[in-house]
Design a binder for this molecule. Sequence first.
Ligand code: LLP
Length: 425
Amino acid sequence: PATTIETRSGDTAVGGVPLAELADRFGTPVYVLDEAEVRDRCRTYRDAFPDAEVLYAAKAFLCRAMIHWMDQEGLGLDVCSAGELELAVTAGFPADRIVLHGNAKSPRDLETALRLGVGRIVIDSPAEIARLAAAVGPRGHQEVMVRVVPGISAGGHEKIRTGTEDQKFGLSISDGYAQHAIARILDQPQLRLTGLHCHLGSQITSVKPYVAAVRRMVGLMSRLRDQYGLVLPELDLGGGHGIAYRPVERSLDLTALARKIRAELGAACAAAGLPVPRLIIEPGRAIAGPAGIALYRVLAVKRTGLRTYVAVDGGMSDNPRPALYGVRYAPRLVGRRTTDDRTRVTVVGRHCEAGDVLAADVELPADVRPGDLLAVPVAGAYHLSMASGYNLVGRPPVVAVRDGRARLLVRRESLDDIRSRDVGV
Ligand code: LLP
C-alpha cells in the first residue's frame, strides 16, 4: 500500500497524478487504479512462479483495460460467469487462456463457454457432468478440471473460507464425492480431465494451508493413479493470497509461497512416484487490491457525545466489505496541510442504514472538515465488483493513472443509466 500513495511536492499523488486533481476532474467518489502497480504485481507473480500458469481472478475487478493488461502481462483469466467470460473474449482475450468456475453454472454460462471455446471448465457438482457432456455433443470435446474440497480451514473471514468441509463449493475428498465424480467424468468421452482444482479461501496470510493443500491433492492424485491408472498433468491451487489493508498488517510472502509449494509438490510427487504436475494459481485480490484507491469527499463532520462521525459521499454501495466481513481500512486525508493534532473518528458512508461504516475508530487530523478529500488505499479488489445500486447514488467511475496521466476507464453510473433499465409503468 505504501507504494500506491506517494507524497509529491506536498500533494498526495498516485501514478504521478495528484489525487486532488483527479477529484476535480472526475468528481467524487472515484476509484483510481495505478496501472504500473497492477502490471508490477503481474510481473511479481510471473517471476515468483515462472513455471506456473497464473490466472487473474476476474471477480476481484474486471474492465476492458484490466483484460488488456492481463493479456499483455501473460496471465490467463479465471471467470465465473458468462458476463465475465464474454467481456473478456469480446475485448480480445484468448478464450483458451480462460478457466470457467462456478458452483451453479447456468445454461447460458455453459453455452457461452462452449461457443467461445473456453480453455477449461471446472466441474463443481455431479449433475454438471452429464449436463456438460450433453452440451458438448457427441463429437465435441472439452477440457475440464474438478474442484475438490481439501478439508482445510484458511482465510480472513468465515464467509470467504472455501476449503472446509460443509460448504457449497466443490466435491469433498473425505466423503468420496470427488472420487465418484472423477470416475463419472472418465466415462464421458467428450470430457478430458486435465487436473484437480482447489481454492482454500481468500485473504490467507500464511503459506501453511497451501502446503497442506498440496499434500492433500497429491494424495488424491496418487489414489487416482492407483485406482484408474490416471496421471493428471495439472494442479490448480486457486487464489486467496492475502494483502495488507493497513500498515499494521502483513501480506502473504509470494516468494516464500512459491518456494514452499515447489518443495512440497516435488517431495510429495517423488514419494508417490508421480510426475510433478503443471501448477496453476488464481490470484485476484493480490493483483488488483493494492493498486486501487477509493477517493471520497467529506460531506459532514458530526461530533456526538460518544464519537466523531466523518461522513463521505460514497459508502457501502461501492465498498460493502466492512459491513460484510468487518474488515478494517486505513483512510487518509488528502492534500490539505493540517495540524499535527489527530483525533479518533468513525468514517461512515451516505447510505440509509447505521451499518454503513467504512472505517471505525481511525485517526485523522483533528481539523477534518467538509470539503476535505479522503483516500482509502487498497481499494482495487472486491469493491466495485461487489458494488450495488443501493439508494440510487450511482456507481463511481474508474480512472487509470500512469506516468503522470489519468484516463477514464469506466464512467460514473448516471440517473439516465438507471432510468434506461426501468422499462415498466
Ligand atoms: N479462485 C476461485 C475459485 C475463487 O473463488 C476466488 C475468490 C479466487 C480464485 C480469487 O481469490 P483471491 O486471490 O482474490 O483471494 N468478496 C470477498 C472475497 C471473495 C473471494 C471469492 N473467490 C472479499 O471481499 O474479501
